[in-house]
Design a protein around this ligand. Sequence first.
Ligand code: ADP
Ligand code: MG
Length: 674
Amino acid sequence: MPQIQVLPDLLVNKIAAGEVIERPASVVKELVENSIDAGASRIEIAVENGGQKLIRITDDGAGMDPEDLALSIRPHATSKIRREEDLFAIQTMGFRGEALPSIGAVSQLRIVSRRRDSDCAHEIRIAGDALEPVRVSSGPPGTTVEVRQLFFNVPARQKFLRTAQTEIGHITEQLARIALVHTRIEFRLTHNGRLVHHLRPAEAMRSRIGDFYGREMADALIEISREERGLRINGYVAPPTHSRSAAKWQYLFLNGRFIRDRFVSHAVKEAYRGLMDPNRHPVFFLALTIDPANVDVNVHPTKSEVRWRDSNMLYSQVLSALRDRFLNADFTPTLSLARSESDSPANALPDDGSDAEPGAATGASPEGAATNLSNASNAGLDADDEDAEARRRRIRESMAEFFKRARPVTGADRASRGYGTSREEDRPYAAGSVGTSSGSSERGRASGYAATPRAPLPAPGTIQPSLLDDAEPIPGDSIDAVNPDSVIQLHRCYLVAETRDGLMIIDQHALHERILFEQLSKEFSQGPLESQRLLLPEIVDVSPDQVAVIESHEDTLRQLGLELTAYGPGAIAIHAAPSVLKPERTREFVRDMLDRLADRQAPASTELLTNDLLAMMACKAAVKAGDPLSQEEIAALMAQRPKVERSTNCPHGRPTSLRLTVADLERQFKRTGF
Ligand code: ADP
Ligand code: MG
């Protein structure tokens, strides 16, 4: 008996299904594509139980006669190509003749179809290898495909299905990938009888983007349109301010089909270089039109990748389409544009304490520190140019919040320490002068002029209000004990302090971030975070899969002090937010948080996840580089420093402080041996 056997049809189809039909969303994709190929102008998608129970697609397209109906479920049976040459002139979404037999092999499939010129419909049913003959049925012109009990005979696949909410998220995402380019077609999607999306025919992609991602995003988009050397590029890119923390809202279409392509991704990223933090991801919706002869679409079973005849041409066309447009686009960072030309290292430095600030200071060499200081001064000055007054107000508010949680400084403390009796200290750069009251300057002088490096210092943590009220100083940190009267702010970004052995330079944002993170972690471990109701709900645009994410992390979100509800398609409303966040940072936090949540492939441990989110919250709530601090504020920060664990690094692992010893200074000044 020969060892080799020709596999039975059902097995062949199941193998094909393994590639093409990964989850309910793949069924939706294949069936909707078939409806588009049939010339439909209206497509309805009804889903039950995340698609596992039922997916029904109804279209008003050309329909099939009984013979075609019987053929449609045969493997490699297609009406879309006939000859090999046709592979290089493909104008349809499908051509492999795999979808219907694959779906039929792993579900209970029923197709009802009627041609426009016929007065009766026919239907066919198949479930695994149980095929029923075509019979007369009833229905309007067009085709309805019903898929029940998906993966009923593939337990391995069934195991990988997630909750109905997650699956409907994927389905909506698939719909977006089709509906964003097929704007003339009307779509309706319902889940368990509830309307999820009703997309009316539209002229331009922008209005569909608004349907899925909200008006604010749609309105902010910059239009791209260019045709050169046989390649047409149409669509939109978002200004750098709308970048995301994950590569999520990136849509590329080729001849009407969603694809992923690394050449285009690189070209887009390159176009944004210097305009955007390199760790962020630009948002884009780009549709390419090219002669099908110049691209091979038959390299991937779901056709989501292609092979280009001339990828260099593609790369340079996309890059210059965006670059040219950016040159005269009026998004605020005209400043950043100028920076990108100068190619200075300051490009990479965000003007505030966003997650992605570079850890340039990790190299503890004096050069490293110097570079970082000068960068920061640039950032601070940029911020100045914006609107110094508004900025100062915002900072004062943020610091007020910081202090609300702290015990107030007593009058006696004030008098003896000389802490700010005047608002002078809030003035830019005034903080560096160590206050204006005589007490302060005298103490400043006393320690400033008379201190020998080994002079005893006041015990840390005695002067100031505490965020972690009852916390004791962490032992073992004493070499970094700081003389509280010596601290000054430089470049609105760094605090410089005298220590027992030398001096310390502290990144004010990184340190505050760590303090808040420790505080939030502690609070979180004891119950939900203190939350504050918003007077008016804040609306945030979300993508379909993010809606699913919100539902599946309901408990965590509540624990974080967040109350979110759906707000029409593509948006959610924030009703309550953690008190530590200023209202103007709340949306930003929620947006980044959802990106982060939706980004996770596997459900990571809840602990890791919340850790991540608390760090993100601390970052958004902390003072930023560029915020002037009063002497009290500086003192509050410094008082907390010895009380928190890991105060030497921010929650993202970057250092909060750099140390310089007197011994090092003496060596540098060649004082050794004197
Ligand atoms: P492909 O789309 O690659 O041709 P499919 O298995 O998806 O392969 O479909 C097989 C054939 O069935 C198609 O070529 C088309 O002729 C027919 N067909 C499928 N769905 C529809 C529909 N909704 N309306 C009309 N014809 C359809
Ligand atoms: Mg098809």
